[in-house]
Write a protein that binds this ligand. Sequence first.
Ligand SMILES: *[C@@H]1O[C@H](CO)[C@@H](O)[C@H](O)[C@H]1NC(C)=O
Ligand SMILES: *[C@@H]1O[C@H](CO)[C@@H](O)[C@H](O)[C@H]1NC(C)=O
Ligand SMILES: *[C@@H]1O[C@H](CO)[C@@H](O)[C@H](O)[C@H]1NC(C)=O
Ligand SMILES: *[C@@H]1O[C@H](CO)[C@@H](O)[C@H](O)[C@H]1NC(C)=O
Ligand SMILES: *[C@@H]1O[C@H](CO)[C@@H](O)[C@H](O)[C@H]1NC(C)=O
Length: 360
Amino acid sequence: MLWMLLVFLLLSNMQQHYSCNAFGNPQVPCLFVFGDSLSDNGNNNNLFTLAKTNYPPYGIDFPMGPTGRFTNGRNVIDILAQLLGFDDYIPPFANAKGEEILKGVNYASGGGGIRSETAQELGDQISMDQQLQNHQITVLEMNQMLGNHNKSAAEYLSKCIYVVAIGSNDYVNNYFLPRFFLTSRIYTPQQYAVVLNHQLSQQLTTLYKYGARKFAVYGLGALGSTPYERNSCGSGTNVSACVDNINNAAELFNDGLKSLVAQLNQNLINATFIFINSTGIASSSSSMASMVADVPCCKVSSVTGLCVPFGNPCSNRSQYLFWDALHPTEILYELYARRGYKAESPSDAYPFDITHLALL
Ligand SMILES: *[C@@H]1O[C@H](CO)[C@@H](O)[C@H](O)[C@H]1NC(C)=O
Ligand SMILES: *[C@@H]1O[C@H](CO)[C@@H](O)[C@H](O)[C@H]1NC(C)=O
Ligand SMILES: *[C@@H]1O[C@H](CO)[C@@H](O)[C@H](O)[C@H]1NC(C)=O
Ligand SMILES: *[C@@H]1O[C@H](CO)[C@@H](O)[C@H](O)[C@H]1NC(C)=O
Ligand SMILES: *[C@@H]1O[C@H](CO)[C@@H](O)[C@H](O)[C@H]1NC(C)=O
């Protein structure tokens, strides 16, 4: 009912303004999403894991309330979908059904990593490899819907955008959690970045084999600067050195990812990859500079860094970069989406932004 009312309001609004961005006429036929909690919109709700957020105060600024999104309002994918002209949010794989999948599916899972063991200390999560398997199921269903010659499905899929935003947990819930994981004893940060970039390269190539041709890959944010990592650096240590150490490790991954994008553009015929510089976007935004960055908006659990259930969050969400100790508020997600979609600085997107990717 609410949905119909919104459609009606928007349609009547369009008629009045003769808007050129036609409603329900997206710039690409579909949007597929692979990633972690930054993009998850409900895939973890029925999993046995601590990494779930389908309870208040999550979703306090979202029309449907707590849905399993890891923020107060819309996440980066919700906003990207709107910028691309979709009239509805992309459904999570967990409950996408029927013809709905033709507009795309969101496979992202809180805790999900490039490596399968990542975040297992929290319980279950859907790793990138499993997300690819889930996508294969979708592709098979689409083949049936679009007719038996899978040429038509392949042609359709080649026009869709595939957003991949993954790797944060391979640091936060793996490399920098030596109590549970061995990776930091096996690899230097430089070696670990290479290992992750290499595995992601294979995963992106698998996606290509399933028909993907337009890829937007998000780099990692400044993971060390999250309230969670600041706090885990502990008292008695040099916090800023500890924060820098984590940020530098993430930056090694980002530098490698950008080179990987250039390499895949050369190696995979007819495919286009772009890299979105999340760290650069956040650090160069003047509006973000004045916001509260070191403490989260909600009251968090010291174990998970997630909001405690039914706690009272800060009233002024637009003044905070972090909603809980790990995840951006809607306002920071909006910045990542907006400048990935339409770059405001040459360093925001490489070799170009999502607007151009959609037009190809
Ligand atoms: C088309 O069919 C072939 C063989 O059945 C399969 O390997 C390929 O993945 C399919 N492509 C798409 C885009 O569905
Ligand atoms: C803490 O680390 C920073 C580098 O990240 C350094 O500039 C600073 O001098 C250090 N402070 C102390 C007290 O060691
Ligand atoms: C590349 O695109 C051309 C033109 O659409 C098509 O004929 C060809 O089969 C494509 N090749 C691959 C490997 O996708
Ligand atoms: C991201 O942007 C910043 C400037 O905002 C730049 O210093 C940095 O090198 C960029 N990172 C990558 C991987 O391109
Ligand atoms: C809320 O935001 C306004 C506008 O920037 C600011 O003046 C005010 O101090 C903020 N209040 C709180 C409680 O953060």
